[in-house]
Structure formats: C-alpha cells, structure tokens
Write a protein that binds this ligand. Sequence first.
Ligand code: MIC
Ligand code: SF4
Length: 643
Amino acid sequence: MGLTVAQKLIQSHLVSGEMTPGAEVGLRIDQTLTQDATGTMAYLEFEAMGIERVRTELSVAYIDHNTLQTGFENADDHRFIQSVAKKRGIRFSRPGNGICHQVHLERFGKPGKTLIGSDSHTPTGGGIGMLAMGAGGLDVAVAMGGGTYYITMPKIVNVRLTGRLSPYVAAKDVILEVLRRMTVKGGVGKIIEYTGEGVLSLSVPERATITNMGAELGATTSVFPSDDVTRAFLKAQGREADWTPLAADEDAVYDETIEIDLSSLAPMAAMPHMPDRVKSVTEIGPIKVDQVCIGSCTNSSLLDMLKVAAILKGKTVAPTVSLSIAPGSKQVLNMLAKDGALADMIAAGARILESACGPCIGMGQSPNSGGVSLRTFNRNFEGRSGTADAGIYLVSPEVAAYSALTGVLSDPRELGEPLHIDMPETFDVNDNMIVLPASPEEAKDVEILYGPNIKPFPTTDKLPDSIEAKAVLKVGDDITTDHIMPAGAKILPYRSNIPYLSQFCFGVCDKTFPERCKKEGKGIVIGGANYGQGSSREHAALVPLYLGVKAVITKSFARIHCANLINAGILPLNFQSASDYDEISQDDLLCLPNVKAQLENGEDITLEDRTTGKTYRLTYALSERQKEILLAGGLLNFTRESL
Ligand code: MIC
Ligand code: SF4
C-alpha cells in the first residue's frame, strides 16, 4: 500500500512504535526551534538535564515574543537564552530578525526533515514539506538532547484542492474554510495533508499560511508536498541544495477526504472569540472597524506585505481606524524598504511595528473598549488582545488592508482590477542577525547569565496512592491556554517566574482561582471538551502545578496541553459521558482512591464525589511510557530516574 507525505515523513524518522492510528510512535527529531516566551523555561529544563551540547542537526533560539522591554525582565531573559545558545551549540536569532516561524521557513526549514518547536505554530514548516510540530518546552529540551519525541500516530486527512483562488481571495480564506468545516476540535489526532492540482497554484508563503493556522484545528500538524514550487522558493532563498522532492504515492490511502474548490471561495472572517466562527465577509456585513493589525506568523511574508502595500498605495487609512503593520522578518522588512512598498504603507498612514509577534500576543496595540479589530493573525481568543471586551476578527491581508481604507469590514473584490504580484526570483539574503554558537572548545568558557527574574520551576512528587481534593474550578468546552495562563504585555515578561505568574492563572474565567487554590493547597480542575487548545505554553501546566492542581478531568484534551500536563506530573483524566461532567459541581469534594494502583494496573480510575455521594469511572489515553512519567511525578523526575 502506498504512503501519504505525512506517513513517509513519520516512517523515515520512526524510532519506536507501529504506524497504526492511535498507537504511540517515537520520532527522531532533526531540528528544533524555541522562542523567548517559552524558551527561557525550555533552556532552564535543558540545563537541568546536564547535557553539554545539543545533539540535533540544527537548533535555533528565536527572540520574537517578548520584545516590549518595559523593565529588565525580558532583556535579562534574552541574555540568558543567548548565553545558553552560545554555550550549547544553538543558533541565536536576535530580536529584530523576525518571527520564529517566518525566519525558520526562509532560512532553515528543509523538506523531508522533522522539526519540533516550543510554539504551537511550528507546523508552518509543513508548507515546505517538513513534519513540523508544536511541543512543550520540556519535550523540545529532550529533543535537543537527542531524545525521542513521542506522538500518537495520527489519522491522515486529505484536503484535496482543485481550481484556483479568485483575485482577492487568499490562502487565509482556504484555512478559514477548513476551520469552518472541521472546527477547532476537528483536527485532534489528525495530520492534515494537502493534495490535488490546486496545490500547484499556491506559493510557499501561501502554503505556510495554511499549515500555520492548521494549529487552530487542533491537528498534530499540516503538510504540503515538496515540489517545484518548493524548489523555486528555496532557490530564491539561496538554498536550492536543501530541496528534496516529496509526494504521496499514487495509491496512498487517507482516513478522510475533504474537497475544496479554490475557485468557489470568497473572502472570509473568523468572528469573536473562536477561529472556527467563520462567515464570509459579505454575510457579516460592513461592521465598523476601529483597528486593523497586519502581521503575525500567519500572514507576514513578503508576498502578503506587497499585496497590502499595493492596496494602500496612494490612499489614506480611514480617520477612525488605527492600522499597524509588522512585517514578519528582517528579510521582508528590508525588501519592502528597497522596493518602495514600505514607503507606500507609511504614506497611507500605517503604523510600522518591528518584525515580531507584537499585537498577536497582546504585546501592545490593545484595541479600545468594545472595539472591533481586524487582524491577519491566527487566534482571536477572548481577552488575548489585552482588551477584554474587544471583538477580534481574523481576516486575510487583502480584507484587512482594504477595510483599513473604508473603515468598515469590506470585501476587497470591490477593488476590481486584480493585483499582479509575483514571488521574487531571489530574496535578499543576509543572516547577520543569526549569531553562531561557540565551538565546543570555546564553549567551555562561556558563562550562562541568569537574571533575577529567573526563579526555580516547581518540583513534583511521585504519584500518591490516592488523591483527595476539591473541584477548585469547573469550566466549559474549548478552554484555551490563554484562559489558563494568559499572556500579554503585563504578564509575558514573567515566563521564567512561575510564582509571579500564578496570580494570573485562569484570570479570564475566574480571578479568585489562584487565591482559592492556594488556600486549599491542592485541587482538581474540571473541564469540557478540547481542554487546553491553543498555545504550546507549558506554563499552562506548570502554574497549576505550582498552585497545587493534582488532576484535570475533562471531556477531552488538546494534544500539546495534554502532553504538558503529563510532563508536569498532573493526571489528565476523562469523563466517560457528558452527563458525568454535568453532575459534578465546583467546590465538590472529590476523591481518587487507589489512583496509583489503578493506573499501574491499567484499570479505569474511580472518582468519588464525596459531596454528592456518587461514584464515577474515569478513563485515560496514556501510553505505558506516559503512565511511568506520571507515576514518577513528571518527565524531569522520570528522566532523572531512568538515567
Ligand atoms: C501563541 O501564539 O499563543 C504563542 C504565544 O506563540 C504560544 C507560545 C507561548 O505561549 O509562548 C504558542 O502558540 O505556542
Ligand atoms: Fe507569535 Fe502570534 Fe505566531 Fe504565536 S501566533 S508565534 S504570538 S505571531
């Protein structure tokens, strides 16, 4: 039987396990990336493992999230990461060089390779035929040390593209359409593979927009084949030698197929507060817009920016709109400057931001109260923008730029005359903002620089025989890591300071949670379906751990967050039915008697609600390895024990 692209990538990196959907497979990881908001913790963990040099083919540390420096914290963390990178054999992408996924695609990604990154949008690399996955910082640290990365063997979904996009309809509309059909839960346990003749008409940046936002489906990753389009992109980056072809076999078998006729798509928007609340721009209608933000790892390529500049050229941003633009990398910004397109943006009234995540992670540009903000980003979760009651709409660069001019949500097809923008034959290559590591000899003398903001991470104990604790919090479906551990300009600088971060835990749902949980000394969290979707931030597990959370019981979990809970030694358990979830109330006293023995024996876990007197059976989807990690009290303990 033939193989799909994803299966070929997995097979060529398989270290353990069988490629049967649902089974655990161990993969050899060729490349890793980190960013600064998760990187500080990842490198602290790497240091705790006591390994001299990374054992990957390539590891890169990017600085792109915490670039607002309103105090010493971020700058100190950057200095720490830079010193670890130098000592341990990691390339360091300096602040200003761009967003990790954009730069990685331009300068380092290679078809046929595996990549894990401590950021959920690492699947961007799938745009050039990589198996690129988001992971928790500790998993990335283990991979840097040469360790295996484990995933549940996914089902493979074939998204068959036919036709061509019409003028002013964008790659963003393709992924919004996939989100509309599959929802934010629809990709869990799956890899989304794009096939069909429509693929050929999509450039690498367009493919990368689609694989990037595939993270919002909850998918393990998304992938495109590596073809002549990929080759031309790599050639233009001066990296043709990095190209290898990669295609699905003729007789490849997919678990599911979705057909999308590109020519049938229209400009769309994801409405507040979920990336799958998708409607066409005309259906939503001309709502008044207060702010437009263009950029983020989803839509900040040169191609996107040139389109935006062409739409803005010679016009003025509507007087009631604030337009900000953050080109994705130094390469993009530089080329825009040389081309004159940057001048067109500035002349139209755009506020040019540095090449970084910026407003996407709430680092500035929070909208006005009750404001409407159109963003070319990938997430519009409640509160993420920094303004609790703002409404964020996710749109293509074309919709964003045109609406910035009209002041209302507008369909760019009204512009008529199509844009003619081609990919450049050559990109402006200058890697002077990538600092190379010291040689193994020199590295011995490199000192790692810890700032005062770096606090030790919480330690864990072995799993006790039984657990008794209150249901300290009960939440509904689709809880994101932005609910559990919010980010934004005020909080992000403390990513290496778990005690400080803990004051904000679950702030979006219940501001009293940290106090209550601390007072109890321990607790169990009750969640709905798709609990922990969104970011890869392991802080969404480490902070609850610090506050005393012992177990999280839900209808279902998102992949990366579930792995992070296990790594932190917090039990991820599942209700057998939605009615069991309904019956349990916040503040009930819960007990998991004999949890250790039941887990060891592979039995269902007994849950007693001591408040109502009822008993339930809980299930779990844990491999033997994951059970051992939980019994040991987390991955660091487990790794120490196995050494
Ligand atoms: C995000 O988009 O939510 C982030 C910020 O990039 C996160 C990582 C983080 O929380 O640091 C992600 O997507 O993993
Ligand atoms: Fe940065 Fe936003 Fe991309 Fe996350 S989604 S990596 S915050 S640009």
